[in-house]
Design a protein around this ligand. Structure first.
Ligand code: SF4
Length: 253
């Protein structure tokens, strides 16, 4: 999901560096309290940021952005999307028609730009060849079916597939990232080992199929990770979760 800061995301210090985190999943009441505190601190988000405001163009832009933000900052992905827009290349047909080197040049700000150019072209070629150019046909179906379809595409991993499923298809799933591992480990209530499906399955099951809530949960976790629960220097003294965070209390002494 959109990230403001650069670099490959890692969870950072969580107090569990020396051992595999054991499961001590948050209770429903704890989850509610965490959500309420974060929402009080940051307000409502309702992502995903796009230039297009609705329709298939917006859904395609979300999918392209989900690929472009892999392992990099949202700022870089947004700059790459702006370049594509300025080149009138925010369509599957235009992306496939561009020479790979020219496309790589346009998406250079997102990093790994040759690989990302290939991923964008593979994604767009699939939409054209298998879905008659209709992004909505790719995103249509029940959540598990859509997620599995996206996961089967080259260059689309679990986080990218879940971002597309939740934000473009508007179907229920949980988007897990390093901010989520960091938060729940630091709070002392990790759903289990730091593995994507462990976190996703637990959080999706606990939150339920409310797309609005799932959108907001992920947005709040990312904003918290970017602004307060920083990787190396968490701002625990000003954190809305300090009273329930053993790691934070050890930081502030
Ligand atoms: S108290 Fe510190 S470590 Fe705990 S959630 Fe807040 S910022 Fe993160």
């Amino acid at each position: 999901m959109p990230r403001q800061s650069g670099g490959h995301l890692t969870a950072g210090r969580t107090g569990l560096e020396d051992r595999e985190p054991q499961a001590r999943p948050p209770s429903p009441a704890e989850l509610d309290a965490i959500f309420d505190a974060l929402r009080e601190a940051y307000g409502e988000s309702q992502w995903w940021p796009t230039a297009a405001t609705e329709g298939p163009a917006q859904r395609l832009e979300i999918c392209l952005g989900a690929i472009l933000t892999q392992n990099t900052s949202w700022r870089g992905a947004a700059a790459a999307l702006a370049n594509l827009g300025a080149a009138d290349a925010l369509s599957c047909e235009a992306i496939v028609a561009l020479p790979e080197d020219a496309l790589a040049d346009l998406v250079r700000p997102s990093g790994y730009y040759h690989a990302k150019a290939r991923k964008l072209q593979a994604f767009c070629a699939t939409v054209i060849e298998e879905y008659d150019g209709d992004i909505d046909a790719l995103l249509e179906g029940d959540p598990d079916e859509v997620r599995a379809r996206l996961l089967s595409l080259w260059g689309v991993g679990p986080e990218t597939a879940d971002a597309m499923t939740l934000y473009a298809a508007r179907l229920p799933t949980f988007v897990v990232d390093a901010y989520a591992y960091r938060l729940f480990e630091r709070l002392g209530c990790p759903p289990g080992p730091r593995r994507y499906d462990v976190y996703r399955d637990f959080l999706l099951g606990a939150i339920g199929p409310d797309v609005h809530a799932l959108n907001e949960w992920h947005a709040l976790i990312v904003r918290h990770g970017q602004r307060t629960c920083l990787k190396s220097t968490p701002r625990c003294g000003e954190c809305a979760l300090l009273d329930r965070c053993a790691f934070g209390q050890s930081e502030v002494g």
